[in-house]
Structure formats: C-alpha cells, structure tokens
Design a protein around this ligand. Structure first.
Ligand code: ADP
Ligand code: ZN
Length: 433
C-alpha cells in the first residue's frame, strides 16, 4: 500500500475548502458544551459567521487554564455516555487536563497516527516496539492503535526496564521503535554497559517526540542506532501523537490540516505573525466530536516552514518545536531557552548523553549551573585536561547564550534519568536564602 489516506493527497484548495466545512461543523458541535455555549454567546459569534477557515480569527482562544477550570466534563459536546476513553496530559507544567473521546474520535485518531508513521516510512511488515508509557499518557495507546491500524506487529513494551527493552528489540527483530529522545540516549548507555552494539539490531526507524529536542540529538540517535529518526509532535489536548509528523524528507513536520486548523500567533499581542516567523502554535480540532477545542493555545513555539515539501503532501510543515513559551529562563536579564544549551552540548564530542541545567541564586544574582555528563574515555585523572574541557564547554555556551554559566563535569550515567519526559531544568532560586 503506497498511499494510506486520501486526505493526505488533497491539494491546497480542496484542503482549505474541507477546513471551512469542518470548522463550521466543529463550531456548531462545540456550542453543545457548557464551556463554549457561554464563551461563544459572550463573544457574539454565530455559526453563520463561519464560512472560511480564516474566519477562525473571530473566535475566542481556549487555554489550558480553561480546561483546568472546567475539569473534567465541562467541554463535552456529547453526552458523557457516548465517551469511551479518557486520557490526561503528562502534567509537565502543572495539574493535568483530561480529554475524552467517542469511538469515532478514537477511529479518526488511529487513522491519523497510521498516516503519520506511514509518511515516515513505516510499513505493515514492520515490527513495532512502542516504548512509551501506557496508561493516561497518550504516547502509549495513541501510537499503539495507529501502528496496529497500519498493520504492524505491535509490541506494547511500555516505558522503562531498559534491559528488557533491549531483549525485546533483539528477540522480536524489531524494525521500528517509538521512543522519547532523552530515553533513546539513555538506553544507548545501557547497551554500552551490556557490551552490546545498538547498530547490530534490525532497527531501521525510530520515531522520536513528546519532548523538545535538537537536531544535534536527532543526529546522535541516528548515529548510535544506525537508523533514521523522525520527529513526532502531538499533545493530549489534540488527541496526542499524530498531530504533526515528519515525512521521509526530515524537513519539518506536516501538520495534518484536514484534522487540525493551525495558526501561529505572537504570544504577547495574540495577533498572527507573518508567514515563516516563529510564534505560539494555536490549534483547532476539525475532526473531533466528543470534545472539540477551538483555538487552543499550545504554548509551543514554532513556525510554518515556507515552501512545498518534495514528498508532494500539501499539508503545511511546522518547524522543530523550539520549546514552550513558559520554558524561557531569564538569567541576569538575558532570555535563554534550554534547547540553546542542548544544541551546544550535544555538538561537543566529549559530552555524554545527559545534562541538567540548575538555576541558583548567589546573593542577589541569578546563576546558571550546567551539569554535563562526560564520556568515559574523556573522564580522565588529569585535572588540567578536565579543566580545559570545562573551559571549552563554558566558552561555547557563552557564545550561544551570552552569559557565563558554571559548568560541572560529571561522570557518565550519574545524572537522574526519567522514564518519561526528561527534566532539563531545576530552578532552586526561590528555595534558597
Ligand atoms: P504535557 O503538556 O503535560 O507534557 P502532553 O503529554 O500532552 O502533556 O505533552 C504535549 C507537549 O509535549 C506538547 O505541548 C509539547 O510541549 C511537547 N511535545 C510533544 N511532541 C514534541 C516534539 N516532537 N517536539 C517538542 N516538544 C514536543
Ligand atoms: Zn513531506
């Protein structure tokens, strides 16, 4: 099967026509929920006003706080009895939010995931190991049903237990793995401990996502495992994985615009930014009946990549997520994103697979301390050599982030590893004094 889904092949004008029809239907359905009935009545918007996808600009935004305030059922557009599944966000930035799905919603979602992984080159003959946590986190069941829908032999490995993961990869001759990028780096050190070569597996594709990561991390994963690694973007409020995905060209993630209407706004003025400029991604569900969301502010920073992709899909591509708008650290008045630090660290060959940023207060001054794991072969007794390495890392970081961090070199595998999304920043500034 070369082409999975006819929605994938729509040209721009058919796609936009479909979006207009689906947007109108979505707004109509949304008015059945308590939240939107009130919100839309207050803003004076009528369904009749929505005739084009650009009419979305008249609608109010929806935020994570709205979801929290109307937790758990305030957004349901159909009776609770029609809902068959509940998922929650990982709670990375506070208390989690829940999304409920009808059977139809689950079918649409499985199709989107199947389409996504197919675009990245996965085929029904593949053996697919899903190393995401199962349970409320959407990376488990969300990816699982999509891989099955495509016809892969799907292994619900779940998260953690690295030795068992490696045994499954070997025993079942796994060809495709879905894995969180920070865990992929960690797993490689378990291969080292066991004296096994990750390149000797049957793996050919890794699908990496669920957390911000840099091109440098992708390159490392590809080199370590001898695979192609594709970026996968999703959030539980928009179902989960299968919102935007890279195709084999690895040049940005196609946002599935038949199912999601995407906008990029300036997070301060809330106005759209010009094409190609970075801002906050705002998404509207176009194919969800149980719990439609209008203009949901993802807080994820990205941009639409101008131009067309050589694969022929006309769904626009979003760039690698630069971070969340609330990830920004302000240190000595300078704005720094964790991904800037990662980009520098992961391009230094002596640096191992993990790092941690600590924000501290020294007197009245903020200080950034970066703990960096160093590869065994460079972690030598010679203090002068280590000092030189420390200065080199500090210098390269200063060039990128414009402040001087303190750099601690630590041994391979000594920093905490999480089975889920990595915690890259620990802020102790308010706990000191
Ligand atoms: P939480 O917001 O609590 O982490 P989710 O599990 O729903 O809950 O995670 C969705 C978030 O994960 C996204 O909003 C985004 O910040 C991050 N994310 C998901 N995929 C990617 C990706 N490919 N690149 C960067 N960040 C991602
Ligand atoms: Zn493409």
């Amino acid at each position: 099967m070369e082409i999975f889904d006819s929605y994938e092949l729509l040209d721009r004008s058919d796609l936009e026509e479909l979006q207009a029809v689906r947007l109108k239907t979505t707004v109509y359905q949304a008015t059945a929920s308590n939240f939107y009935r009130n919100r839309l009545a207050r803003s004076g918007i009528k369904v009749a006003h929505i005739n084009h996808s650009r009419d979305i600009a008249a609608l109010p935004f929806t935020t994570k706080e709205d979801l929290r305030e109307h937790y758990p059922f305030g957004f349901l557009a159909l009776p609770r009895e029609k809902m068959v599944r509940l998922h929650a966000s990982s709670g990375t930035t506070g208390s989690s939010t829940v999304i409920l799905h009808t059977q139809n919603d689950l079918n649409v979602w499985a199709d989107l995931v199947a389409r996504s992984i197919h675009a990245a080159g996965v085929r029904s003959r593949d053996v697919f190991q899903n190393m995401s946590g199962y349970g409320l986190f959407t990376g488990g069941l969300g990816i699982h049903y999509g891989a099955e829908r495509l016809g892969c032999l799907t292994i619900p490995a779940g998260a953690g237990n690295s030795k068992r993961q490696i045994k499954m990869l070997e025993d079942f001759q796994v060809t495709v793995a879905h894995i969180i990028p920070s865990y992929a780096l960690h797993l490689s050190s378990v291969f080292d401990q066991l004296g096994l070569d990750p390149r000797s597996l049957h793996l050919r594709i890794m699908l990496i996502g669920a957390e911000p990561h840099t091109q440098e991390v992708r390159t490392r994963i590809q080199d370590i495992y001898g695979v192609k690694a594709y970026n996968s973007y999703g959030l539980s409020e928009m179902n989960g994985p299968g919102v935007a995905f890279e195709c084999v060209h690895q040049n940005g993630m196609h946002l599935w615009e038949d199912a999601y209407l995407g906008e990029i706004i300036d997070p301060v003025t809330l106005e759209p930014v010009p094409e190609g400029i970075k801002g906050e991604l705002v998404l509207t569900t176009l194919a969800r009946e149980g719990m439609p969301l209008l203009r949901y502010r993802t807080r994820d920073l990205t941009r639409f990549i101008p131009g067309e992709c050589p694969c022929g899909r006309r769904h626009r591509r979003i760039d690698r997520i630069a971070g969340r708008s609330d990830d920004m650290m302000v240190i000595k008045g300078v704005n720094v994103y964790p991904m800037q630090v990662e980009r520098v660290l992961m391009s230094i060959p002596e640096v191992g697979q993990n790092y941690l940023i600590q924000l501290e207060r020294e007197g009245y001054l903020d200080q950034m301390r970066v703990k960096v794991e160093i590869r065994d072969e460079y972690f030598v007794e010679d203090m002068r050599q280590l000092q030189k390495l420390q200065q080199k890392i500090a210098g390269l970081l200063r060039e990128e982030i414009l402040i001087s961090p303190k750099v601690d070199l630590v041994e391979h595998n000594s920093l905490p590893n999480s089975q889920g999304k990595a915690i890259r920043v620990v802020d102790t500034r308010n706990k000191q004094n």
